[in-house]
Ligand binder design. Structure first.
Ligand code: SF4
Length: 703
């Protein structure tokens, strides 16, 4: 009956979790977050928050927060203990002061660079960090390490979507914001589970469906959003290209293409048309994808005749043919003229809260900031002058999984990892963890002693989201300001300060006095955000790019008159199968993904009291009849084996799955899903096939 505690101040900021980018207000008392409120003026949330945004911020004060720099003890084994406890201290380290830790961190990197060359070093930044941190980190790798070996978790989520969008349109960003569902007639959601992964965005979709918009959901697993849909197509895993090509076949055959749009704004249609008409009739593809030909035709007609938007997620991108999947979606939009207007477009739903901004800022191995290609000599010279360095590496760097392979091959010997957790997030974890253990020198900057930090030589304690200011770019291309609400604990430091401290020790004369100075430098390198000043961000909180001048309100809808590459390009996508198909030894299809309550590798959400109480243990979802056939009941342990590893988790019945499919979240170290996954890559996006590998299952085991 006690009245709620009154805050002594309020600080406006952004949610740290997903790419929806909800604006929120921290209600604070001293150094405690009492409550979190959604802001009614938040353009992406209009006052709403999901369970993570509202109740998941207590990770900030978890007792496991790193408060002192750590240096590895000489006798500590380079392994992840089998009983690794995310909440307990690890006796592999001794505490150090900042001078010793930073000197040790930088000296190890310099020694490797000078002895083995610039490409013997690599850096993983983070889509959880701000735009300014991403910019500084990639600048450090390019000008201090001396190569383009810099990447982050975009490689594990939408790299294939971006590859297809850059190739087809010349821009990797979304064309229209989520809120445009209010202006469309049909919403097509494929390979995405927004109710779980983008919960507030899902509310916009649900409201649109209830207001009479057509909602079509396509997914191998029936998601909660499918309940709101007037059409749900549960196709066989891995057959997106067959299904989408069959839709295109119908649209072309029945004369539903937008001939004017194709003639004026696109190229390559004839080659795609010939391929699709020869090989992909709905009747031929129906047995492949498991959807009746009549249904494929009806949905294709409905999409082509409507003002339609497409949303997609990891179910599209995380395949060895993820780029082909996205090429099909782009072709569908181009051939029906569903681009360049309100209520149309292509929207790959971004995962992390700043995966869009980190990629924009150049935290990827093939592009400088603003997607300027590292292989272009004029562009390279411009950045050499801008950054004041004699020569930048002309070769694109290694991607996330390629770095792991290069460590095994002896090519990469030292790493600086900021806020990423490859010891949980990479495919084929035994292989990835062995690589981390082989490094001559590993510097990890994080807020907790993560599974990756367990392999570090030096650990630098950093700041949690509410402990620093910075800008973050959401899935709609809105650049939004996050404001510091709390002080970091103990000796923990701001991430930008730590990157600069390492840079100075590596010989770079950096003199930034805060994130505002970094952002102002970014504006000069990134035409897309030229009209967004730091002062304007502080005043307006959220500005959409492209934004040319300070008077420009920003452009929520892209491609009205032209595409950045000129004409939109059709690229035919041949149907191909997953890298590892089920067989007698491994007869099940494993699909990995996320849960509403846990975020990615669980580094923060498993340290949130409320979120961990809601989902405290690893579970594996199976169809109830499959579960019964295994002789197991919900809540009992089942053991999964793949060719790469094994784990045990508690069974959960899920009749949204098809027989033979099994779904496993990847947030739990005690049953790390990526022990099982396949590291095979999409050849264009270099993204691993997290959404499909073969496993076998048996009842029993010890979680
Ligand atoms: Fe945060 Fe995403 Fe939830 Fe919004 S939808 S509150 S951004 S996790």
């Amino acid at each position: 009956d006690r009245p709620p505690e009154a805050p002594d101040r309020r600080v406006d900021s952004v949610c740290p979790w997903c790419g929806v980018g909800c604006l929120l207000t921290y209600e604070l008392k001293g150094e405690r977050i009492l409550r979190v409120q959604g802001r009614p003026d938040g353009p992406a949330n209009r006052g709403r928050l999901c369970v993570k945004g509202r109740f998941g911020q207590d990770y900030v004060r978890h007792p496991g927060r790193l408060t002192r720099p750590l240096i590895r003890r000489k006798d500590a084994p380079k392994t992840l203990p089998v009983d690794f406890d995310p909440g307990a201290p690890l006796r592999y380290f001794r505490e150090a002061d900042w001078e010793e830790a930073l000197d040790r961190a930088a000296d190890g990197l310099l020694r490797i660079r000078d002895r083995h060359g610039p490409r013997a070093l690599a850096g993983f930044g983070s889509a959880k960090g701000s735009n300014e941190e991403a910019y500084l980190f990639q600048k450090l790798v390019r000008t201090g390490f001396g190569s383009n070996n810099v990447d982050h978790c975009t490689r594990l989520c939408h790299a294939s979507s971006v590859a297809a969008l850059m190739e087809g349109l010349g821009s990797g960003a979304v064309s229209n914001p989520v809120s445009d569902v209010a202006h469309c007639e049909l919403i097509l959601v494929i390979g995405a589970n927004p109710t779980v992964n983008h919960p507030v965005a899902a509310t916009f979709m649900k409201n649109a469906a209830r207001a009479g918009k057509h909602l079509v959901v396509m997914d191998p697993r029936r998601t909660e959003l499918a309940r709101e849909a007037d059409r749900f197509l549960q196709f066989r895993p891995d057959t997106d290209v067959a299904l989408l090509n069959a839709m295109m076949h119908t649209i072309i055959e029945e004369g539903l293409t937008d001939e004017g749009f194709i003639a004026e704004r696109t190229e390559g249609f004839e080659a795609l048309r010939d391929r699709v008409m020869a090989d992909y009739s709905p009747e031929a593809m129906a047995p492949v994808c498991g959807i009746p030909a009549r249904t494929i035709r009806e949905v294709a007609r409905q999409y082509a005749r409507s003002r339609s938007m497409i949303f997609w997620g990891m179910g599209v991108s995380q395949h060895v043919h993820g780029t082909d999947n996205a090429r099909c979606l782009i072709a569908l939009a181009l051939m029906t003229g569903n681009l360049g207007r309100e209520g149309t477009g292509l929207h790959p739903l971004r995962g992390q809260n700043n995966v869009q901004g980190a990629s924009d800022a150049g935290l990827i191995p093939m592009f400088y900031p603003n997607y300027a290609p590292v292989g272009d000599p004029d562009t390279r010279r411009w950045f050499e002058r801008f950054w004041g360095v004699a020569a930048l590496d002309p070769e694109p760097g290694l991607t996330v999984v390629e770095v792991v392979d290069a460590i095994h091959a002896g090519g990469v010997r030292g790493m600086y990892i900021l806020g990423e957790n490859p010891a949980m997030s990479d495919p084929d974890l035994n292989h990835a963890r062995e690589a981390l253990a082989r490094l001559d020198h590993l510097v990890v900057q994080d807020i907790f002693l993560t599974e990756t930090a367990a392999f570090a030589d030096v650990v630098l304690p950093a700041s949690a989201f509410p402990e620093k200011s910075g800008s973050f770019t959401n899935t709609d291309r809105r650049v939004q300001i996050g404001r510091q609400a709390l002080d970091p604990p103990g000796d923990a430091r701001q991430d930008w300060w730590l990157i600069q401290a390492i840079a100075r020790r590596m010989g770079l004369d950096w003199q930034y006095d805060g994130v505002a100075a970094v952002f102002e430098e970014m504006r000069r390198a990134m035409p897309a955000i030229r009209g967004i000043t730091w002062t304007r961000l502080q005043r307006e909180d959220s500005v959409t790019y492209p934004c040319d001048t300070e008077a420009d309100p920003g452009q929520p809808v892209l491609f009205r008159d032209r595409f950045p590459r000129g004409r939109g390009r059709f690229v035919p996508a041949p149907f191909s199968r997953a890298d590892e198909l089920p067989d007698q030894a491994y007869p099940w299809v494993l699909i990995t993904g996320r849960q509403l309550e846990h975020w990615h590798t669980g580094a923060m959400t498993r340290r949130s009291r409320v979120l961990d109480a809601l989902e405290p243990a690893p579970t594996v979802c199976l169809h109830p009849e499959d579960l019964a056939a295994l002789g197991a009941s919900p809540g009992e342990a089942v053991t999964l084996h793949s060719r790469r590893g094994r784990l045990t988790a508690y069974a959960r019945a899920d009749d949204g799955l098809q027989r033979g499919e099994v779904f496993l979240p990847f947030a739990y170290v005690e049953a790390a899903a990526n022990l099982l996954t396949n590291a095979a890559l999409d050849p264009w996006g270099k993204i691993p096939e997290f959404k499909f590998c073969a496993v076998r299952i048996s009842a029993g085991g010890q979680v």
